[in-house]
Design a protein around this ligand. Structure first.
Ligand code: G
Ligand code: G
Ligand code: MN
Ligand code: NA
Length: 254
């Protein structure tokens, strides 16, 4: 496959780039972290969104080396920002199932943190529910090891998958990301409000932080806050930014 070959070259040719979307406190807009989102500068087709290549990368298992690149790049920025005195930022990464099936993923994470002298609490790994479609003892052990290592675990796209409640019960999640479909419908109907309320209750009961995705306007922000949701991300605050622009935001808050 052509795309697979191009993806392999992309790693060698340094064509990947991380963009960062701030995660904020809904009360005052303060930056509390960011989500790193992968982009590919294709030599002919230009900037490619993850949806156009992540599925192929997963199928070809190239997501493993790509995922390691993402992990190292994120840890590198964490140390650069810290050394520049830009304050503590937490970086969230999206992790695919295929990455958990590589032997000793938790050690890979520990080594990346150590290589850049970054504390594990600075890193959050976002796991989508589809990760659990292929639940295994290995997956379970890796998640427990990551938790013991001290990195934060986040359940991404919450509510869109299958039997999410069981995952919350069985795995030590520190954060739940309310899928943007719920954020969007929050203002339209009472059912969505009930669902968001229920998610917030569950998060609270489990001692996990809730983060609303897809906050696009003031009505969504205040609607979420009225329900007790404290954190969010979305276009109302910022689209995912190139590193220079994100750094400018960090600089501005000093
Ligand atoms: O960046 P964008 O808004 O297009 O993100 C689309 C999806 O791509 C996200 O929901 C996320 O799950 C996935 N994605 C983005 N970056 C990465 C990455 O570094 N690794 C993996 N596995 N998925 C990613
Ligand atoms: O990992 P996850 O699947 O949640 O990826 C988040 C995706 O949502 C990214 O593709 C990001 O660009 C996108 N996104 C972030 N904020 C908003 C928003 O406010 N509205 C919409 N429609 N998409 C958003
Ligand atoms: Mn995510
Ligand atoms: Na999500």
């Amino acid at each position: 496959l052509r795309l697979t070959r191009e993806l392999r070259l992309a790693l060698d040719n340094d064509e990947f780039e991380l963009h960062f979307q701030p995660k904020v406190s809904l009360a005052n807009g303060a930056i509390i972290g960011c989500e790193a989102l992968l982009r590919w500068h294709h030599p002919e087709r230009g900037l490619q969104p993850p949806a156009s290549f992540i599925p192929v990368a997963e199928k070809s298992q190239l997501i493993r080396p790509i995922g390691r690149w993402v992990l190292n790049e994120a840890c590198r920025y964490l140390s650069v920002w810290r050394d520049a005195g830009l304050g503590i930022v937490n970086v969230s990464l999206n992790v695919s199932m295929v990455q958990f099936t590589e032997s000793n993923f938790s050690r890979t994470v520990a080594e990346a943190l150590a290589a850049h002298d970054v504390p594990p609490q600075s890193l959050t790994l976002e796991i989508t529910e589809s990760v659990f479609d292929q639940e295994s003892e290995q997956l379970r052990e890796e998640i427990i090891r990551l938790h013991e290592l001290g990195v934060n675990l986040s359940l991404d796209d919450f509510g869109t998958g299958y039997s999410s409640l069981r995952y919350l019960q069985q795995y030590p999640f520190d954060e739940i990301k309310i899928d943007q479909s719920f954020t969007r419908k929050l203002l339209d109907d009472a059912y969505s409000e009930c669902i968001v309320n229920a998610i917030l209750d569950i998060a609270k009961a489990l001692g996990a932080e809730a983060v609303a995705e897809g906050v696009e306007n003031e009505q969504m922000r205040s609607g979420l806050m009225a329900l007790g949701c404290r954190n969010g991300q979305g276009y109302y605050y910022s689209v995912p930014l190139e590193v220079e622009d994100f750094r400018w935001l960090l600089d501005k808050r000093r």
